[in-house]
Design a protein. Structure first.
Lengths: 177, 442
């Protein structure tokens, strides 16, 4: 009753075994990687070294990557572009956006009118799944998910971004040498 | 060059005012040489870790140490400071004195050996002992004692198991290593390491051409004797935490590390000296010494030696990051069933080859041997014959090993193909009854 069935080796197999061809093949591969790393070019992988020196060199994220939210402002007047229409909050599947608006009396063509103005914008990044449906819903391209990915904070409360953080961007620790 | 060596002559003149010429030549200059070698080797150990980390990183498409200094060049210094300032921890149940002294034995055994290694001609060798090779083998096996003591005194099962493994491994590979050198010694006709280099220089042939098998055996058993991958069973971190130095920390651990890397250098230095011609390189003598630049000759020879050494050391790193670790029984199999028999066969074949060469000398006007003054100097015919016989010996050894180990199952295809028969099982009946299909439940 044979339990181990090893096929009878051909002459070439024996020859390869005798001259340790597989060992040499392995050595060739590691040498190729080593030389490729020195010249940063590798015929196998295309790139010699894959390591990114992260805090020093920022990695390139994919173009469709969604990261930290931002409220865009008018570049000239520095007024917010948000018209407090609440469409983003409605579009959000996670309900992580709260738009708080207030009514402001303005006079249009001699008559007093009420206008909705953005008061506070709460964005809970801990619940956000970065689907960017809010970005698509925004009629004035005010809310935008940027490519910034450093969202970690020390407390759970730190994940809730208010209007100021959304407009100015959050302060992160910059690692320098 | 003259400017470079003027201080040396000046110091010599200064010393002559206080000591006799004999004292200077036999006491003071050796001390300076020893100091230089110890400093350089200690520096090498520090930077070998850097080199190994870099090479391993490059082989895996990584960068390696980059943060300390430009390209991480100050990393070894940072590591050294860390190791020196770490707590020197001794386990409560450890045998304190032996635990104290084991690392020192390891380092001493590794460093003493450097005294006989010829780094270059003339003043680049500390001492030329006429039993140099024997001395290297003897002293480097004292290193095993340190491992056993370290493992035993730690009073920890991992340390003890690691020590047992490494001592068993080092002792069994020491045999193959010593035997593999015998073939080369037949050509060198001396045990002195400088003598081996001189023989190769006179022959203008590196001995690995005559002794391909011996060189291979020496390399493999050298790597195994240094407990380096793929033979790093004693430090197999997945099985034994860190082998014999599990309980060591800080400076004492770094001493073991130093000993390991120094031992690597010694084995590669012996391989270079005996098989790769040591500091001898074609044309160097003719371009420097023959034109009167003696010190330049020594320095160029030193550089040649160092570059050969680095090539062998690169092989260490290269093999480490290519091959996976052997199983323990495979390790012992390679040592006892393959390397030691092949080393013995190598001795026999080399002896036969030399006998044939000597018998052919003067037969029908064939001249094979040039002279026997320093080593076995062969003429061109003799060299060609020797190379052919060396290569034939490789094949002959392979065949005889296959014959010797025809029962060994680990590396032998033929024996793997043999059917495994179960005892007390009738023929033609399956050993395990086939599982009946489960009755359908209704």
């Amino acid at each position: 009753m044979p339990l181990v069935k090893v096929p009878k080796p051909k002459f070439m197999t024996k020859l390869r075994r005798f001259f340790m061809a597989d060992l040499l093949q392995g050595l060739r591969l590691t040498l190729k990687y080593n030389i490729g790393a020195i010249f940063d070019k590798d015929s196998v992988a295309g790139k010699g070294i894959y390591t990114e020196q992260y805090p020093k060199v920022r990695p390139d994220v994919a173009p469709r990557f969604h990261g930290a939210p931002r409220l865009n402002m008018d570049p000239e007047t520095h007024d917010t572009l948000c018209i407090a229409c609440n469409l983003c909050a409605i579009a959000c599947p996670e309900d992580c956006i709260d738009v708080l608006a207030m009514d402001v009396e303005i006079i249009v063509a001699g008559k007093p009118r009420k206008k909705k103005v953005l008061d506070e914008f709460i964005f809970d990044t801990s619940r956000c799944m970065f689907c960017a449906l809010c970005q698509e819903a925004c009629p004035t391209s005010c809310l935008e998910l940027t490519q910034d990915f450093e969202l970690a904070t020390y407390s759970r409360a730190g994940f809730v971004w208010n209007r100021e953080m959304l407009e100015q961007g959050r302060e992160t620790v910059k690692y320098t040498r | 060059m003259l400017v470079f060596f003027a201080p040396i002559d000046f110091i010599n003149q200064l010393l002559l005012k206080f000591f006799s010429a004999g004292t200077i030549n036999h006491v003071i200059w050796p001390f300076i040489q020893i100091g230089l070698v110890v400093t350089i080797v200690a520096g090498w150990v520090a930077y070998a870790t850097y080199l190994e980390r870099k090479i391993s990183a490059f082989m895996q498409a990584r960068l390696g140490p980059m943060r300390v200094g430009p390209w991480g060049l100050l990393q070894p210094i940072a590591d050294g400071i860390k190791l020196l300032t770490k707590e020197d921890f001794i386990p409560e149940k450890a045998d304190r004195w032996i635990f104290f002294f084991a690392p020192y034995i390891a380092v001493a055994a590794a460093f003493i050996t450097f005294s006989v290694i010829p780094f270059g001609p003339d003043w680049a060798v500390i001492t030329d002992v006429n039993i140099g090779l024997l001395f290297v083998l003897a002293v480097s096996s004292v290193g095993v004692l340190a491992l056993i003591l370290a493992g035993w005194s730690s009073n920890s099962k991992y340390s003890l198991l690691g020590a047992l493994r490494s001592s068993a491994q080092m002792i069994s590979y020491e045999v193959a290593m010593g035997l593999s050198l015998v073939g080369a010694l037949m050509f060198a006709r001396t045990l002195s390491l400088s003598g081996a280099v001189n023989a190769q220089q006179l022959d203008s042939v590196w001995f690995f051409v005559y002794q391909p098998l011996g060189f291979l055996i020496f390399l493999v058993s050298g790597i195994a004797e240094n407990n380096r991958a793929p033979f790093d069973l004693p430090e197999a971190e997945s099985e034994l935490v860190a082998g014999f130095h599990t309980e060591y920390s800080g400076f004492r651990w770094s001493l073991f590390f130093m000993a390991e890397y120094a031992a690597m250098v010694i084995v590669s230095a012996v391989a270079v000296t005996v098989y790769l011609g040591g500091w001898y390189f074609p044309f160097v003598y003719r371009l420097t010494e023959a034109k009167g630049y003696h010190n330049l000759y020594v320095i160029v020879s030193l550089l040649v030696f160092i570059s050969k050494l680095l090539a062998i050391l690169y092989l260490y790193f290269w093999l480490r990051w290519t091959l996976p670790r052997f199983r323990y029984d495979q390790l012992m199999d390679i040592g006892w069933k393959w390397l030691i028999p092949s080393a013995l066969i190598n001795i026999v074949i080399s002896a036969l080859a030399i006998f044939v060469i000597q018998a052919l000398n003067g037969w029908h006007g064939i001249k094979t041997i040039d002279s026997l003054s320093a080593g076995l100097n062969l003429t061109a015919t003799g060299k060609a014959l020797m190379i052919v016989m060396g290569l034939a010996g490789l094949g002959l050894t392979g065949l005889s090993l296959a014959r010797i180990n025809w029962r060994s199952r680990d590396f032998n295809l033929k024996s793997q193909r043999r059917n495994i028969r179960l005892v007390n099982v009738p023929k033609g009946k399956p050993a395990v009854a086939p599982i009946a299909p489960a009755a359908s439940e209704s």
